[in-house]
Write a protein that binds this ligand. Structure first.
Ligand SMILES: [Zn+2]
Ligand SMILES: [Zn+2]
Length: 124
């Protein structure tokens, strides 16, 4: 019984992190120059601690944190959460599928909240 549960659990979660297909579908790669005007307080990738270059390929997570695509892909092989704020970045899959109709509004409100945070930080 225990073995069966363990096996089911293990086979369902054979990937420790997030499946690359999920990452590719929900966090498409952007060039940093296309995002840098939107993400104002971020200049470095906290995984490798290097500055983003104009042509850097980056992914923006649901929490609006941005990382080099190759860095966050490596991170998501071992983890399911954002390495800055620890938001569950795989749960976004359920979020998208359940309320796909409202997703535009949801994403907008997430972004708005974060923008307020950014403003507070920049004031400081
Ligand atoms: Zn990096
Ligand atoms: Zn985050």
């Amino acid at each position: 019984m225990i073995l069966c549960i363990w096996w089911c659990f293990r086979s369902r979660n054979s990937v420790v992190g997030i499946n690359i297909d999920i990452i590719q579908s929900y966090y498409p790669i952007h060039a940093w120059r296309d995002l840098k005007n939107v993400i104002e307080d971020t200049e470095i990738c906290v995984v490798c601690l290097e500055n983003f270059e104009e042509e850097s390929k980056v992914r923006k997570l649901i929490c609006d944190h941005v990382f080099h695509a190759e860095c966050i892909d490596e991170w998501f092989k071992q983890h399911k959460f954002c390495c800055v704020c620890r938001k569950d970045c795989e749960a976004v899959e359920n979020l998208f599928s359940k309320i796909s109709q409202d997703i535009r509004m949801e994403r907008t409100s997430l972004f708005t909240n974060h923008s307020n945070d950014l403003n507070v930080q920049s004031v400081e």
